[in-house]
Design a protein around this ligand. Structure first.
Ligand code: AHR
Length: 503
């Protein structure tokens, strides 16, 4: 058995955990909306056509915010297509995913769904084919009380009260050649600044996310962040990061180390934000919105074939990754990384929520089930609240292709208002358990409430509609808490949630 130690102290604080780091994302893509959250005629459909069984699963995940309506989709989207009588809404070619968008679900319907799902909308505006004018109009439509063209149009369309959307994305991945209306950093920075100015003039209480690079591997990465912020620093609040990982080579050790790349990415972007702030002698801090993160690779081949055979189809089964056990471990490690950067990462959206690279899967006309990655996200959102503590960790390490020293055991800790403490630990070792000793010298009166373990003997094990409980958390060994020292065993290849509550 390997051994690791950790020191936790109430005074070693990283920062308050913003609950929005457990956010998610729904794009008009594949079966996320049509056949996912929305399926009139489904036995569980409500009066609007939303699947109640899906809403119940979303509520279990406890999702504080959902980014919408894209993604790449938003860069060609006319928000006006999605309001007014449904039978008069246009069908449009979606050039992001080469499908047809019917606009059957639009702004009002999604706002109603979000209310049902007990979440907030994070709405993206189109800065690809459109610009500041459309952006300020949609803010007026959503948030202005009444007495103007767009606010009165909203009222005419059935929403007397403002939709009150307070978090907005200024476009999506505007550095990507795949993006409709791709821009240089200067072009985007200027557009984002003007859009931000107008949007905040319409509603001074909104918060805005500017697009960072679409990925750390982009050739313009770094320079993009700097130049964009140089143009819009005063008018935006957050900068976005996007990152997906895959394991096509089947190298589990390397794959599980990817959260270290995520950590480095966050630290680099923080440095760039602060460099721009320093250059401008501006005390304001730009925080981060990691608004697309996940594992994404299982469905790539299938999608390439689907695109060849069915161009302009509707609700195609695109990006339907079936997640295995090792994916859940990496997702857990990524959640640990987000918590440990709680001082600067204030928003994060797993991409995405239903069917499309998602923790929740549905069969059109059939059931709903939780993929493996559902569980770490659910547990982090439930218990990873309060203050993120800085754990001082000593762990054995291993080397793999891209990293020399990967800690076998990685962890985050959240101290909640009621004095309870939750540890989130991943054991990356393929064969050996880790005996973890936690020095809790500054905590009195705690008891071990629960040790939940996610483990499977097969890294490729998946959950399906027929066998939804193949990879689920189970009760683990409770360990011992004695004189301020917790000793507990973390099984080989496992995600662990250890809850210590006040006696
Ligand atoms: O989440 C899927 C896609 O990934 C999004 O539309 C895009 O922003 C990213 O490239």
């Amino acid at each position: 058995m390997k051994k690791a130690t950790m020191i936790l102290d109430k005074d070693f604080q990283i920062g308050d955990i913003d609950k929005r780091i457990y956010g998610n994302f729904i794009e008009h893509l594949g079966r996320a909306v049509y056949g996912g959250i929305y399926e009139p005629g489904h036995p569980t459909a409500d009066q609007y056509g939303f699947r109640r069984d899906v809403i119940d699963m979303v509520k279990k995940l406890n999702v504080p915010v959902v980014r919408y309506p894209g993604g790449n989709f938003v860069s060609g989207f006319n928000w006006e297509d999605s309001i007014g009588p449904r039978d008069q809404r246009p069908n449009r070619l979606d050039l992001a995913w080469f499908t047809t968008e019917t606009n059957e679900v639009g702004l009002h319907e999604f706002a109603a769904w979000a209310k049902e799902a007990q979440t907030e909308v994070m709405y993206a505006v189109n800065l690809g084919t459109r610009g500041p004018d459309a952006a300020r109009n949609v803010v007026e439509y959503c948030n202005h009380p009444s007495g103007t063209y767009y606010s009165d149009l909203r009222i005419k369309n059935g929403a007397v009260d403002p939709l009150n959307i307070k978090l907005w994305c200024l476009g999506n991945e505007m550095d990507g050649p795949w993006q409709m209306g791709m821009k240089t950093a200067y072009e985007y920075g200027r557009t984002a600044n003007e859009a931000a100015k107008l949007m905040k003039w319409v509603d001074k209480d909104i918060e805005l996310v500017a697009c960072g690079s679409s990925g750390r591997a982009m050739p313009s990465y770094g320079a993009w962040e700097y130049e964009v912020l140089n143009e819009c620093y005063d008018n935006v609040d957050y900068l976005s990061l996007h990152r997906y990982y895959g394991n096509p080579e089947g190298d589990t050790k390397q794959f599980l180390a990817r959260s270290m790349d995520m950590d480095a990415f966050i630290k680099e972007v923080v440095s760039i934000c602060d460099a721009v702030g320093a250059k401008k002698r501006n005390a304001k801090k730009i925080h981060l919105s990691f608004d697309e993160w996940n594992v994404w690779y299982h469905s790539n081949q299938q999608d390439a074939e689907l695109h060849k055979s069915d161009r302009w189809g509707r609700a195609l089964p695109l990006l339907e990754d079936v997640y295995n056990f090792e994916d859940a471990l990496l997702v857990g490690a990524m959640l640990i990384t987000l918590m440990r950067n709680a001082d600067r990462v204030k928003i994060a959206c797993m991409a995405q929520l239903v069917n499309v690279i998602a923790p929740i899967m549905t069969r059109t006309g059939g059931g709903v089930w939780a993929q493996t990655i559902f569980y770490p996200l659910m547990q982090a959102s439930a218990f990873g609240r309060g203050v993120s503590l800085q754990p001082v960790i000593q762990s054995p390490t291993y080397a793999c292709k891209d990293f020399d020293q990967v800690p076998v055991m990685d962890a985050a800790a959240a101290l909640q208002d009621d004095g309870s403490l939750t540890l989130f630990c991943v054991n990356r070792d393929l064969e050996e358990d880790v005996q973890l000793s936690v020095n809790l010298r500054a905590f009195d009166g705690l008891q071990i409430q629960e040790h939940s373990v996610l483990h499977h003997a097969d890294v490729n094990a998946v959950n399906t509609e027929a066998a939804p409980d193949t990879v689920v958390p189970v009760a683990g060994d409770l360990g011992e808490l004695d004189g301020g020292k917790l000793t507990i065993t973390l099984p080989a290849l496992s995600w662990n949630v250890i809850r210590l509550t006040k006696r």
